[in-house]
Design a protein around this ligand. Sequence first.
Ligand SMILES: [Zn+2]
Length: 92
Amino acid sequence: MIDRNEKKTTACPRCGSQELWRHGKNGAGNRQWLCRTCGRVFVLKPFGITDEVKTITDRLIGEGIPVPVITRVMGGYVSRRWIYNRKRLING
Ligand SMILES: [Zn+2]
């Protein structure tokens, strides 16, 4: 479910292609993508986060799941820092 959504909302910053391959993770643990069209490697930016991802993350935070676990569950789609910020927002 997340994978499909991820592909739909992710595009190469150089050529705009959505023909992407997963390309491991960078040092910060963020998912890297390889553009099949132009070969560019890039990291998905937080502004690409969809409502669906926010909803799922919020639910996991609400359940009291530790942030590192949520990071793993979300498959590197959102950064750990983003989840911590989200948690602060929710828990006040
Ligand atoms: Zn490209």
